[in-house]
Design a protein around this ligand. Structure first.
Ligand code: C5P
Length: 298
């Protein structure tokens, strides 16, 4: 008996960051959009908790209890007074440490898969509670589609999406640590007045209408200066993508993956080819939004 769950990656079309809170987290207005790049998490009974991982980036995935998939299994088991004796296999397609919520996706996937394997009868709100404990982006990985995340990003309001958006993602050589990028944000804004983060009305309207040009005009990421400061090579790829005709280009989440919005699928293909030829990044791929959240596929 095994259960497999598929979970999407995300891009943030708006990431408005407020000042650091007393707990060290930052207040956010975070507009998440799921894209059709997926990890697949398979769980099966085992003598003890064990993780394995396959895929191009597998060597960079921790296989111990720091992995969010392991933490999700342990959190669910603890709530239901059972042991987390399960083998979790992660078939990884989402870039590791790329700002696309790959680790969060594995947490949400393992949670849903263990719920089905153990038949714990957990309600959706209970699963979302565990997601919020695991990390700021895990709830969105469960929900998918599009959502506004407030608080530290974990309080979700589902958003309407009125069409398909075509993306080109440029993966960088190496990763960025999310805490390091937030620390750099604090350093760069030291002493500055940081306004309350709010979602842009025009951006939410553009999402609801499926209007790529309007979305591009309003897309923004307050972490971008911090990511560029830690990873200056990204500037060249950003310029290359924009010169290739992208409606906009921005750092995805805390980076270093770059997201370029295209007019349509053909445009995305052209931009991807130009970016590949520019040799300014590790790899390039196209993807489409929105994508569904975590779902059981077998
Ligand atoms: O919640 P998560 O574990 O994904 O966050 C990773 C790190 O990113 C946090 O430890 C914190 O340094 C930073 N972070 C933040 N404000 C947020 C979300 C994350 O400062 N709203």
């Amino acid at each position: 008996m095994s259960v497999t769950v598929r979970v999407p990656a995300k891009v943030n079309v708006q990431l408005a960051v407020g000042g650091a809170r007393a707990d060290g987290f930052h207040e956010l207005a975070n507009v998440f959009l799921a894209v059709d790049i997926f990890d697949e998490i398979t769980v099966s009974p085992a003598d003890e908790l064990r993780i394995s991982c396959s895929g191009q980036d597998a060597a960079q995935v921790p296989l111990d209890r720091t992995n969010l998939a392991a933490r999700a299994a342990l959190a669910l088991a603890e709530r239901h007074g059972r042991s987390a004796d399960v083998h979790i296999h992660i078939a990884k397609d989402i870039p590791v440490a790329g700002g696309m919520a790959g680790g969060s996706a594995d947490g949400a996937g393992a949670l849903l898969a263990c719920e089905a394997l153990w038949n714990t009868g957990s309600s959706r709100p209970e699963l979302l509670d565990i997601c919020a404990e695991l990390g700021s982006d895990v709830s969105f990985s469960l929900v998918g589609g599009a959502a506004l995340g407030t608080g530290r990003g974990e309080k979700l309001t589902v958003l309407e999406v009125g069409g398909r958006f075509h993306w080109v993602f440029a993966m960088a050589e190496g990763g960025l640590s999310t805490p390091a990028v937030f620390r750099e944000f604090d350093r760069l804004n030291d002493g500055a007045h940081i306004p309350e983060p709010v979602a842009s009305r025009e951006l939410l309207d553009a999402l609801a209408k499926g209007d790529a040009e309007a979305l591009a005009a309003k897309a923004s990421n307050d972490l971008q200066p911090a990511a560029l400061s830690l990873f200056p090579e990204l500037a060249r790829t950003l310029s290359a993508g924009k010169a290739a005709g992208a409606l906009t280009g921005l750092v995805s989440g805390s980076g270093p993956t770059l997201a370029f919005l295209a007019r349509d699928a053909d445009d995305a293909e052209r931009i991807a080819q130009t970016l590949t030829a520019s040799r300014s990044c590790r790899s390039v791929r196209t993807a489409v939004s929105p994508a569904p959240g975590a779902i059981r596929i077998s």
